[in-house]
Design a protein around this ligand. Structure first.
Ligand SMILES: C[S@@+](CC[C@H](N)C(=O)[O-])C[C@H]1O[C@@H](n2cnc3c(N)ncnc32)[C@H](O)[C@@H]1O
Length: 372
């Protein structure tokens, strides 16, 4: 993104090292571990007459392995190092970036609507999500730090994050005559901007987030790109927008970061806000129920080792059923139709190249046209 200051040689060397460390962890430690799992799973089957089929059974086989402990420790350290290196690379430009964020945006196409009275929920403020110091909200420059870190997180800091997957997500609901769009948990605005580009005719594209600091950053980015977007500080569980208002609502990597009961409130709120026939589209890591047990166990690392308290509780749920119970129809789930060119996310512990299909898991549904 244009407004990030260029990294120094020291920063670049650090980021390259971290990416190398993460890739090595996936391709050697995790892969080696999975080879070992195959041997142990076949011994298990010989002994018991059935193959391990639950995360718990897979975990009993994987957890004692030194390679597992080493892979977890490596990923955990890499995550801490990623945040501190990203913050250091931004710190030298603190004053300049802050001034940029506070500058008047005059008659910009971007509208930023902050709500100083919004009370941030304690589940949001009380722990540092994915080990980010201060979470999304405590540091003024969290947007810049987050944006820099995401490149390293996805092992693509030199190439930049791949915009193709966001464009594919923005288009996957294929909504005709889409007039109003809401992106819940918009963060740095990457998906909101992809939605704006996918639906140039839409009269209103709105990104909401709890964090004022991150909204200031996303509006600056959208402004630089000349994209007409409204960024609003609001809680996705209780937005204050009118009912039957949006034709398309997205939540890209939001629900795993909120407690399950808040997730339920967000789904009810999305249902209320959608026009009859309107679409809800969400993207997350694949839920445990669609993964082989050993991959589900490895994916659960984020709950235990990456500061993601709600990751496991969310991914253990059967989201399509939850959507149906909320009233949505035509509910479906599956991998995003997009050929991922690189490794991606979830602290990457279980993501070697072979699991590409599972990387981005889309769940969607429609509000019925008529009340039943
Ligand atoms: C993992 S980020 C997702 C970012 C973005 N959608 C993307 O995929 O690039 C989650 C974002 O959701 C925001 N968030 C968490 N709970 C929220 C809530 N109840 N209402 C609005 N935003 C929320 C966080 O502040 C954070 O910026």
């Amino acid at each position: 993104m244009p407004q990030l200051p260029p990294p120094t040689q020291h920063d670049s060397a650090y980021f390259d090292f971290l990416e190398g460390l993460k890739v090595h962890n996936y391709t050697h430690n995790v892969k080696g571990l999975l080879n070992r799992y195959e041997e142990k799973a076949s011994e298990f089957k010989k002994d018991r007459g059935y193959a391990p089929s639950t995360m718990e059974e897979a975990g009993h086989l994987l957890e004692p392995e030194l390679l597992y402990q080493f892979a977890c420790a490596t990923q955990h350290c890499a995550q801490h190092m990623m945040w501190s290196a990203s913050a250091d690379s931004i710190e030298a430009h603190h004053e300049k970036l802050l001034a940029l964020m506070q500058s008047e945006n005059g008659d910009s196409c971007v509208k930023l609507e902050l709500n100083p009275n919004l009370k941030l929920p304690t589940w949001y403020t009380e722990h540092d999500i994915h080990l980010t110091p201060g979470g999304y909200w405590r540091q003024d420059l969290v947007g810049a730090v987050y944006q820099r870190a995401l490149g390293v997180y996805a092992t693509s800091w030199r190439r930049g994050r791949d915009p193709g997957s966001f464009a594919a997500f923005a288009r996957c609901a294929k909504v005709a005559n889409c007039r109003r769009i809401l992106d819940m948990g918009s963060s740095t605005g990457t998906v909101t901007m992809a939605l704006r580009r996918a639906y140039p005719e839409a009269e209103d594209v709105v990104g909401i987030d709890l964090s004022a600091a991150i909204l200031k950053w996303s509006s600056l980015t959208a402004q630089e790109q000349g994209l007409k977007i409204r960024f609003v500080q609001a809680d996705a569980a209780n937005t204050g927008f009118p009912a039957n208002h949006f034709d398309l609502i997205t939540a890209h990597l939001l629900l795993h970061e909120v407690p399950p009961e808040v997730g339920d409130q967000i789904l009810h709120e999305a249902f209320r806000l959608l026009t009859p026939g309107g679409h809800l589209v969400m993207l997350e890591a694949p839920r445990y129920g669609v993964l082989p047990p050993e991959l589900a166990f490895l994916e659960d690392f984020d709950t235990r080792g990456n500061g993601e308290a709600f990751w496991g509780p969310f991914l253990s749920r059967d989201l399509p059923s939850v959507l149906r119970n909320t009233g949505f129809v035509e509910v479906k789930e599956g991998p995003l139709e997009y050929d991922e060119p690189t490794y991606w996310g979830s602290a990457g512990l279980m993501r070697t190249g072979e699991f590409k299909l599972y990387n981005r898991w889309v769940t969607q549904g429609r509000k019925p046209l008529h009340n039943s």
